[in-house]
Ligand binder design. Structure first.
Ligand SMILES: O=C(O)CCC(=O)C(=O)O
Length: 264
């Protein structure tokens, strides 16, 4: 992606809290990923932590213009927070609106301090959600709906009047909808006769708690294939030591070799 186009997407994030990045997955990757999601579901395998469940899902952190964009907002050591599959079948309903970061992040009700006066953190981008469209996202097939600009809204509670401002995002297969996690969003109703497939891949600043301890969950061979970048992406380079500092390899996020017998 050239610099001019990149800047346009940066501006869109600042103004609206979201953008649609083109060409994140190829046609073949979309097809493979859709087939793999169906196979996993048929085998009753949960559609979570997908990087461990199929080579095609490893692409979610290998696309240069997507990584460049995420790192622009979240820093060079931005880390993945989760990797889910989504299959929305005809007839599935509108799931309402929410913002992310409500389980382990800054939008968690229990983590709000009385001194916050009910005001959430909106000054900086703390996380971005990336929805990779494996199908065309249309007004009819259960595409994501969002409230543009809502990432700036200071309060945790979403006013009912927000529903009047929500819009359904239309995005072509292979593109990714990237939005500030403070943005109110959710899947709309699938009133079409086709299935909507997507990968939901939230990212965080390395120091924001992610949805899973991915450094522990990621399979050894997946991490190896991710190379040096993998240490940042899976949060190893920002992991809390579980040994004393002198025994700990900070970059690799594990005990130094002489203490490898203590690895958990
Ligand atoms: O499936 C969608 O369109 C929205 C997904 C969503 O709400 C989320 O990832 O938090």
């Amino acid at each position: 992606m050239d610099n001019q186009k990149f800047e346009k997407h940066v501006l869109a994030m600042g103004l609206n809290g979201y953008t649609i990045l083109p060409d994140v997955f190829t046609e073949d990757e979309c097809k493979n990923a859709r087939m793999k999601l169906e196979a996993l579901e048929a085998a009753n395998t949960p559609l979570e932590c997908l990087f461990n469940k199929g080579r095609v899902f490893e692409r979610i952190y290998q696309v240069p213009h997507l990584l460049r964009y995420l790192r622009y907002f979240l820093g060079d050591d931005a880390s993945l927070s989760g990797a889910y599959g989504s299959i929305r079948r005809p007839g599935e309903g509108d799931a309402g609106l929410h913002s992310d970061g409500a389980i382990t992040g800054h939008n968690k009700v229990d983590s709000m301090a009385r001194g916050d006066g009910g005001i959430r953190i909106t000054s900086h981008v703390l996380g971005l959600n990336v929805i990779i469209c494996l199908s065309d996202f249309t007004c009819e097939n259960g595409s994501t709906h969002i409230v543009p600009g809502s990432f700036r809204f200071p309060h945790l509670e979403i006013p009912t009047s927000a529903l009047d401002s929500k819009m359904v995002i239309q995005a072509p297969r292979g593109s990714a909808i990237v939005f500030n996690i403070n943005t109110w969003h959710g899947p709309s109703a699938n009133n079409s006769d086709s299935v909507r497939y997507a990968l939901l891949t939230p990212w965080r600043r390395s120091w924001v708690r992610s949805e899973y301890d991915l450094a522990s969950i990621v399979k050894e061979e997946v991490l190896e294939r991710a190379g040096h970048e993998g240490h940042k992406i899976f949060g190893l380079s920002s992991r809390m030591p579980y040994l004393e500092g002198w025994q700990w390899d900070r970059e690799k996020g594990k005990p130094k070799s002489e203490w490898s017998h203590l690895e958990r």
